[in-house]
Design a protein around this ligand. Structure first.
Ligand code: SF4
Length: 346
């Protein structure tokens, strides 16, 4: 590993420590349910405390994407005339201003329940009304915001409403695919008493589970594949109900596979049409803007692996090498309950 890469990795580890220390300084995450956990899985949030995951340097680099985007959004706010304020100065500050981005974010805790949040950006307008921006970086922007994002935002807006009951508060989720240069705002969120009660209930559940008073519920979601506590998770034993977001992706995969099959059939038909013209021989032809190249590959010999292994095991051991494994993803349509019943009856 080059010296600069080593230097960067060490710096990344230090910055990650500083970042989590800053988050924990605002409220004790080992005892509270936080907004970012409320939208996710209570079992994961609890086990993250009792059995903290180790993040590799590669994972830390992925986390850095989020910080990079926060710096970008902060630049946008500043160039548009919003002044950066320290969290403690925010209540008295006159708008347009904001708190958040690089450095300290606005942290809020519920006056009665063990629930808290940090806010990426709390913006104050000239008239004193407030606006919450929750930033997200993704590989591909979903058509609809994930439920976990929305619940996180409702927790932040609700806690902000308790602190600033007179202000009108709105909120948006700003999602950016940094690689593709695509950005999308999911907007129109405001204080909603019923929703706030619902997310508060989830936060209290997480806090009680962290205290060891109840067993946390396992809520499967799109990020289960990255969860460090998947082993032994009750939500992944046997055929489990899929969460809505994951079902959407399964349906997309099925539709794309069907489209791929149709295209492959069409490709085969067109190739056959061309072979009627060229015959099954090597050929090259050109028109004004296109070329057709047909290459005949002659029959060849191949090794019969199972036979080699059975009859010449010594040689087999010498000429074979390890092949990397891979993860296979399959999506298929299940027979509808009606057709399943018919199949059973037949
Ligand atoms: S695998 Fe999914 S459901 Fe299980 S603990 Fe992790 S996030 Fe929760």
């Amino acid at each position: 590993m080059s010296r600069l890469i080593q230097f960067n990795a060490a710096a990344r580890a230090k910055l990650a420590e500083l970042h989590s220390a800053a988050l924990n300084a605002s409220f004790d995450r080992t005892k509270y349910g936080s907004a970012s956990e409320i939208g996710g899985c209570a079992r994961k949030a609890t086990l993250n405390v009792t059995n903290p995951p180790f993040f590799t340097d590669k994972q830390q680099m992925v986390f850095e994407r989020g910080h990079v985007f926060e710096t970008v959004v902060e630049g946008y706010l500043q160039v548009q005339g919003f002044t950066k304020i320290a969290p403690e100065g925010f209540p008295a500050a006159k708008g347009p201003c904001y708190v958040g981005g690089a450095g300290k974010q606005l942290s809020l805790i519920h006056p009665e329940y063990p629930v808290g949040c940090n806010i990426d950006f709390a913006v104050k307008h000239k008239d004193g009304n407030l606006f919450v921006i929750e930033t997200k970086t993704t590989d591909g922007i979903p058509d609809e915001p994930y439920g976990s994002w929305v619940e996180q935002l409702h927790t932040q807006i609700g806690l902000l409403h308790l602190a600033y009951p007179e202000a009108e508060i709105r909120g948006s989720i700003l999602a950016r695919d940094l690689n593709k240069g695509m950005e999308r705002e999911f907007n129109g969120y405001s204080y909603n008493e019923q929703l706030f009660e619902y997310v508060l209930g989830k936060g209290v559940h997480i806090a009680l589970a962290k205290h060891g008073e109840i067993r946390p519920s396992a809520t499967p979601g799109p990020l289960c594949g990255f969860c460090d506590h998947r082993k032994g998770c009750p939500a992944h034993q046997g055929a489990q109900p899929l969460p809505h977001e994951v079902t959407t992706h399964v349906e997309k995969l099925i539709a794309l596979n069907e489209q791929k099959k149709r295209i492959e059939t069409e490709l085969e038909q067109v190739k056959n049409e061309l072979l009627y013209y060229t015959g099954e021989r090597s050929f090259r032809g050109e028109a004004e803007e296109v070329a057709l190249v047909v290459t005949k590959v002659e029959d060849s010999m191949t090794v019969d692996g199972p036979k080699l292994k059975k009859e010449y095991p010594d040689i087999y051991g010498e000429v074979t090498k390890k092949k990397s494994g891979f993860v296979k993803v399959e999506a298929k349509r299940l027979p509808s309950s009606a057709s399943a019943a018919l199949q059973k009856a037949a």
